[in-house]
Design a protein around this ligand. Sequence first.
Ligand code: 5GP
Length: 187
Amino acid sequence: MTTQPSGQRVAVITGPSGVGKGTLVRRLLQRHSEIWLSVSATTRSPRQGEQEGRDYFFLSRPDFEQRIADGDFLEWAEFAGNLYGTPRQSVQRHLEQGPVLLEIELEGARQVRQSLPAALQIFLAPPSFAELERRIRCRGTDSETAIARRLDGAREELAAAAEFDAVLVNGDLEEALVQLERLLDLG
Ligand code: 5GP
């Protein structure tokens, strides 16, 4: 991520549920502490171990809707029955200090494409659909219905991969990490 006009120091990473976005982003941040990962707001309940302000800002739906009305979000979307959004002000504040990374779903990435066209948009894809299904099933936390819903969502997201500036295949984590660093100009 180079020091260029507004938006160019923002990178967006999107990919279907189960592709390993979270793990890849965590590894990237361990190696590059100068990158700031945006903390989103959401109406979903915290999962075990998640902390307010570190993983998400957990809001009630009315509070979230008020913040939409106030124009507080750079982008927001509904995903699996919950609302998710990127707080505009904190992104602007952190951009003055260094590169900013947004880990968001497809609709949000599309909105950022409109509002920050210079942001680098990266799509993280699985090596194959069968492998994605295997990873989702391996988590062992979802019912058959939830798995089917995730797989439908994944099909839709994968169909949009060509909209992105770069498609990164997450087969081997370390290899994907090196490619991501290259894309972000991190050497
Ligand atoms: P999870 O509930 O598993 O943490 O996240 C569900 C999905 O919401 C993931 O695809 C994640 O990337 C996406 N997401 C997280 N924060 C945001 C956000 O601020 N905006 C949008 N559009 N998607 C988000």
